[in-house]
Design a protein around this ligand. Structure first.
Ligand SMILES: [Zn+2]
Length: 280
């Protein structure tokens, strides 16, 4: 029984001195549950090396993946939301914005910038889901509109990366106006024959799907991304029927003609660059 009982106190480190493995050294895939080194995961564009599950990432990671040497100039970096409706939920809206800025280090749910992608000058706007569910309020709409203006002025192709729960309820009608504003700007881009590619990532829903995310010269998506307008539960309850298997997945949406193709994140930079070159 001595195998099971520690007779001598050989190793005797007090609990408070015991070292855990540094936080975030290993990544466990939420899909296949397999474990890999975070560096390996990052090198693989934050996709699982075993099952290709695309982890949700933000603008910082996308910009690093897409801009050559991660060099870019950010547009409207300090724009923050006002409180036009004096909205109070469990917390006053300005408080919610302030604490989210503190927690995420982001100013709102989208960042935009310009730089080179495979030596091609481009303008990119990318949404951040961590900021109040990637919700579209007046800052998101305005920053996207200005990024499109920059695209127009410099005649550089525009890439929009969407990840959003939809309109920001705390800005109500002001959120909905952003759909019209961004769509009008995209129409100018189209008239000027400047290429626009829209990438839909997991999840892209609500007013974002219903406006700029679906207006690309090419609308492309990451594998397995949830794409829709209303959520599946709402639809099920409205039509009183069960929904088909895989409903609202990027693959399902592609099959039904709402997407041009699905792109693996590891190929994103090269695929989008060749689309831009082809469209120009
Ligand atoms: Zn996996």
């Amino acid at each position: 029984m001595s195998w099971f009982i520690r007779k001598e106190k050989g190793i005797n480190t007090p609990t408070e001195m015991k070292r855990e493995a540094p936080d975030g050294l290993w990544y466990q895939c939420p899909n296949c549950k397999k474990v890999m080194h975070t560096r390996e995961h990052k090198m693989n564009a934050y996709t699982c090396v075993h099952c290709n599950y695309h982890e949700k990432i933000g603008s910082t990671e996308y910009f690093a993946l897409l801009f050559d040497d991660n060099l870019f100039t950010e547009l409207d970096a300090n724009m923050t939301s006002a409180d036009p409706l004096h909205f109070v939920d469990t917390k006053a809206y300005p408080e919610r914005v302030k604490s989210t800025i503190g927690k995420t280090g982001l100013k709102d749910a989208v960042r935009s910038g310009y730089g080179k992608m495979n030596d091609l000058e481009v303008t990119i706007a990318c949404m951040d889901f961590n900021f109040i569910g990637g919700s579209m309020g007046s800052v998101v709409g305005e920053k996207i509109a200005r990024a499109i203006d920059h695209s127009l002025k410099t005649r550089t192709p525009f890439l929009m990366i969407s990840r959003s729960g939809g309109a920001r309820m705390m800005e109500a009608g002001f959120s909905l106006m952003q759909m019209a504003k961004t769509s009008a700007k995209l129409a100018l881009l189209s008239e000027a024959r400047i290429p626009y590619v829209s990438l839909l990532t997991d999840p892209t829903t609500g007013g974002v799907t219903a406006s700029f995310a679906m207006q690309g010269d090419f609308n492309i998506a990451e594998p397995g991304a949830l794409i829709g307008f209303a959520g599946p539960r709402v639809i099920r309850e409205t039509i009183g029927k069960n929904l088909p298997e895989g409903f609202q997945s990027a693959e399902f949406v592609l099959e039904h003609g709402f997407l041009d193709f699905i792109v693996d994140r590891k190929d994103l930079k090269d695929k989008v660059t060749s689309l831009f070159r082809m469209l120009e």
